[in-house]
Design a protein around this ligand. Structure first.
Ligand SMILES: [Mn+2]
Length: 365
C-alpha cells in the first residue's frame, strides 16, 4: 500500500493586488499561504505518507526571491522521509532563469523535467511516478504523447498542470477520456483552483487557500491510498479562511436597522470573524433608507473579519405622485401601462421599478 497527499496552486508570494483587498488583509493572506503550505508538509510527515505531490504553481515567480525559495526548500526538507515530487506550472515555470534552478534540492525532492513526461521509479515501493514541468507561461504541447506504455504490475501515478475542461485552452488542454485510457492508478492535476474529484482516479486538488472571491467555499488537499483493492481518494478541507458571497433580498418594508441585522445574521459569529464576505444587496429598497455603502461597511467592521458590500437594489418609488408629476411624458405613460397589469404581482412590480430606474436616469442625464 502507498499513501500520498496531492496539493498544488499554493501561489506562495502572491500580492493580492488585483483583488483590491486592504493592505493589512493582503499581508495576512500572504502569511496564511505560507502557514498552510507548512501545515500540508507537517500533515504529510504526521500521516507518514510515502509521497507528497505538488502539481504546479507552488509559488509566484514574479514576486519570489532567492530567500523565499530557500524557505520553500527548508520547509520541504522537514519531511525527509516523504518523497516530494514537484511539477512546475505556469506561475513557477522551470527554465534557465527560474528560482528552482538557483539552489540545490535535498535527496527527498524531485522536480520533473520539461522535455516530456518523465518517469521516476521507486522500486522499494513498487511505484512509478510520472510528471512534467512547464517551461513557460503558456503550453499547448502534446506532452502526453511521450508516455511509454506503463507497467501495470506496478502502481503508476501521473502529476500534471493543465486544463481538463477547455480543449482550446492555452494552458495544456487535457482530454479526460484519453487520460483514463492511459491506465494510471491516480492522476493528480493542478491549474484549476476549485477542488474537484473528477473520477475515482483523477482529481484537481484546487488551491489549498482560496485566492479571491472567484474561489468560494471549502479549499484543501487530496489525500489518497493505493492498495490491492485500488485507489481511494478524499478531499480534506485545510484552508484557514473561505471567501463567501451572500445575497440578501430586500423589500420596501425593511428599514436601516433591519438591513444591518440581516447582513449581520448572514452567517454564524465564528464564521463572520474568520471568513471574507461579499454581501450583495438585491430587491427593492425603501426610498427613505439612504444607504451609504461606506458607512454601512464601517459600522459592520467589528462583526466581520472582512466585508465588502455590493448594492444592486432598486429604489422604491411613490408611484401615484410620480405618475401625476409625469402625466404627459413617457414616465407617466409607462406607469399607467404597468398599472393596468397587476402591480400586486411581485415580478410586474419589479419590472416597473427596473423600467423607472432607467427612465429616471435618462431624465436626469
Ligand atoms: Mn494556479
Amino acid at each position: 500500500m502507498i499513501k500520498f497527499i496531492h496539493t498544488g496552486d499554493i501561489h506562495l508570494g502572491l500580492q493580492f493586488k488585483k483583488d483590491s483587498l486592504p493592505k493589512d488583509i493582503a499581508t495576512k493572506r500572504r502569511v496564511e499561504l505560507w502557514n498552510t503550505f507548512e501545515k500540508i508538509v507537517d500533515k504529510a510527515i504526521h500521516d507518514k505518507v510515502d509521497f507528497l505531490f505538488i502539481a504546479g504553481d507552488l509559488y509566484e515567480e514574479e514576486y519570489f526571491t532567492l530567500g523565499d525559495i530557500k524557505r520553500v526548500r527548508d520547509i520541504l526538507s522537514k519531511g525527509e522521509n516523504v518523497h516530494i515530487l514537484i511539477a512546475a506550472g505556469n506561475h513557477d515555470s522551470l527554465n534557465r532563469k527560474s528560482l528552482y534552478n538557483r539552489i540545490r534540492w535535498p535527496e527527498n525532492i524531485d522536480i520533473f523535467n520539461t522535455t516530456g513526461i518523465e518517469k521516476i521509479e521507486f522500486p522499494d515501493k513498487n511505484t512509478c511516478i510520472y510528471g512534467y514541468s512547464w517551461d513557460g507561461i503558456e503550453n499547448r504541447k502534446p506532452v502526453l504523447n511521450s508516455i511509454e506504455k506503463i507497467d501495470r504490475k506496478r502502481k503508476n501515478i501521473l502529476i500534471l498542470h493543465g486544463d481538463i475542461y477547455d480543449r482550446n485552452s492555452v494552458y495544456l488542454p487535457l482530454n479526460k477520456d484519453y487520460l483514463d485510457s492511459l491506465g494510471f492508478d491516480y492522476i493528480g492535476l493542478g491549474h484549476i483552483h476549485k477542488p474537484n474529484i473528477i473520477s475515482s482516479k483523477i482529481a484537481y486538488c484546487g488551491s489549498p487557500e482560496p485566492l479571491h472571491f472567484g474561489e468560494q467555499g471549502e479549499h484543501g488537499i487530496i489525500q489518497g491510498i493505493i492498495d490491492e483493492e485500488g485507489t481511494h481518494i478524499d478531499f480534506i478541507p485545510i484552508s484557514s479562511r473561505m471567501f463567501l458571497e451572500k445575497s440578501i433580498n430586500l423589500d420596501p418594508t425593511h428599514g436601516y436597522v433591519d438591513i444591518i441585522n440581516m447582513i449581520k445574521s448572514c452567517d454564524d459569529k465564528v464564521s463572520l470573524n474568520k471568513n471574507l464576505y461579499r454581501i450583495i444587496l438585491e430587491g427593492i429598497i425603501n426610498r427613505e433608507v439612504k444607504l451609504d455603502i461606506e458607512d454601512v461597511v464601517s459600522s459592520l467592521e467589528e462583526d466581520f473579519y472582512y466585508i465588502e458590500l455590493v448594492n444592486n437594489t432598486i429604489m422604491d418609488y411613490d408611484i401615484d405622485s410620480l405618475e401625476k408629476e409625469n402625466e404627459d411624458n413617457i414616465i407617466g405613460y409607462f406607469i399607467k401601462a404597468m398599472k393596468e397589469k397587476d402591480l400586486e404581482d411581485k415580478i410586474i412590480r419589479e419590472a416597473l421599478y427596473i423600467g423607472l430606474e432607467s427612465l429616471m436616469k435618462g431624465k436626469v442625464g
